[in-house]
Design a binder for this molecule. Structure first.
Ligand code: SF4
Length: 477
């Protein structure tokens, strides 16, 4: 057991998160301390951090990071950064570098009007110096930031996004920690009735306040567990009530599990103008699909893609996971190759996250600490291969308990990015959440602050407490 006594801190949370990147929970303790002496008598395995009493959290984290890296004999690509939105931080550094550049003042306080700092380079330097992020991850952030800036998407706060949750799936995946359930037809029908009422209620508020909807994302769960007529009702209601015609805004429907895709559901979506779907293989290896609790084969995925191509969807996203049980680099490589050849023009490469609430976590809580080098090689391979194929990385986020403390990256063919995905990570737009498990966020531009408006995640509780779910919608205004 290592004990890190950290001087002059009020809250141990950030330091505990950093130690967790290197060590299991039961192998360390972070203990706040308040001393002025550097000469404490410490037992072996105990360390004093921040002996000089700095009040700069980043500086203390850098010292702790160095200590952890020495103790464990390895580093971490994301340096001291434990937050889930690295790009948001990159933009903060960009703003800081821009302000340095505007005043033509370098970071040491010197002034050189003839040699202003390039803001992007300034951003990269700050990410390296302040957070010890590796050159490769800084290059990734830079590429994403440059792509997003080149898209010129305008002021995010002038519009709102909408998330609609369908918390049902044909089976539950081993790693799943989402609001996802296997339910009967009657329960799904009852849920849909309530959901449509919630959409209408929100629609009235949206109209009254003149809110403009920029994007709608129907996710879950697996929305295509709904029958074609139910899907039609849902899309039409969302479009009519929220003033969001799928032909004129970004409108995405997750068709994640190929065993829920049928020609009549695809036909309904296309007829109503939906042009973006996700078909999420995670792996193209049958053995893996069985091991993670899926009830379909790689052939079902191939058929799903062929069918979707016949219906002419403009964007098809495919999720892949690096680090699935039993997979090596060759398995991952083969899955990625096949997904590219099936025609996905949006590919999201996830690193497996072993989250609370998943069966994988219950059965093997430390799974995510193993095989991290293999997972690293998968993520690196994906980046190189997709770049050669003409894809660009366009959004990024991290999760807790992710293998190798790595990241999830969304790649797209240029122009095929998802505005919704960018906005949700940017955290500068109101996202209206509808349905069980939906977590909406109200954005206050003057304070650059978000406030959560969450629905309950259990679909039965959602129905039981439906009046309360409706009244929570008033919190958006
Ligand atoms: S498809 Fe997604 S939401 Fe459904 S069980 Fe699997 S991980 Fe969970």
């Amino acid at each position: 057991m290592y004990r890190f006594y950290i001087n002059k801190i009020e809250n141990d949370y950030h330091y505990g998160e950093l130690a967790r990147v290197f060590l299991p929970d039961d192998e360390f303790e972070v203990i706040p301390l308040d001393v002025s002496s550097r000469n404490l008598a410490l037992r072996p395995g105990s360390f004093l951090v921040n002996a000089k009493g700095s009040a700069d959290r980043d500086e203390i984290k850098r010292e702790l990071f160095g200590l952890l890296a020495d103790l464990c004999g390895r580093s971490s690509e994301w340096g001291t950064l434990t937050g889930v939105r690295p790009l948001k931080l990159a933009y903060e550094m960009l703003a800081e570098a821009e302000s340095d550049s505007d005043s033509c003042t370098d970071k040491t306080g010197g002034s050189d009007p003839s040699n202003p700092i390039n803001p992007i380079k300034g951003m990269c330097a700050l990410l390296a110096e302040r957070y010890l992020i590796s050159p490769s991850k800084i290059a990734l952030l830079r590429e994403i930031a440059e792509y997003q800036i080149s898209c010129g998407m305008g002021d995010p706060s002038s519009k709102a996004g909408v998330y609609i949750g369908i918390p049902f799936c044909p089976t539950r995946c081993e790693y799943c920690a989402f609001a996802s359930n296997v339910a009967g037809r009657d329960e799904i029908a009852e849920y849909l009735t309530n959901l449509l009422t919630e959409i209408r209620y929100m629609g009235r508020l949206v109209r009254e306040h003149g809110t403009v909807i920029e994007s709608i994302y129907i996710g879950g769960g697996t929305p295509t567990t709904l029958e074609a007529d139910q899907l039609k009702q849902l899309i039409e209601t969302a479009a009519d009530e929220l003033g969001a015609d799928p032909r004129s805004i970004e409108f995405t429907v997750e068709a994640g599990r190929p065993d829920t895709i049928t020609a009549d559901k695809l036909a309904v979506m296309r007829e109503l103008g939906v042009s973006r779907i996700s078909i999420n293989p995670q792996s193209m290896k049958d053995e893996t699909l069985r091991a993670i609790g899926r009830d379909h084969t790689a052939d079902d995925i191939r058929s799903g893609y062929r069918l979707a191509a016949d219906y002419g969807f403009d964007v098809i996203n495919a999720d892949l996971i690096a680090g699935l049980p039993g997979e090596d680099l060759e398995d991952f490589r083969a899955s990625l190759e096949e997904i590219i050849s099936l025609g996905a023009n949006n590919i999201t490469v996830h690193t497996l996250s072993v989250k609370k609430g998943s069966r994988l976590r219950e059965n093997d809580p430390e799974y995510y600490r193993r095989n991290t080098e293999t997972v690293q090689s998968m993520v690196d391979y994906a980046r190189e291969r997709l770049s050669k194929e003409g894809f660009v990385p366009y959004y990024i986020y991290r999760q807790k308990h992710q293998m190798g403390a790595l990241e999830n990256v969304g790649y797209c063919r240029p122009g095929k990015h998802s505005i919704y995905n960018i906005r949700i990570m940017e955290e500068k737009q109101t996202i209206i959440g509808l349905g069980a498990g939906a977590i909406g966020k109200v954005y206050f531009p003057d304070e650059d602050r978000l406030e959560r408006v969450a629905n309950v995640s259990n679909y039965r509780v959602y129905s039981d407490r439906f009046d309360e779910m409706l009244s929570r919608k008033d919190l958006y205004y």
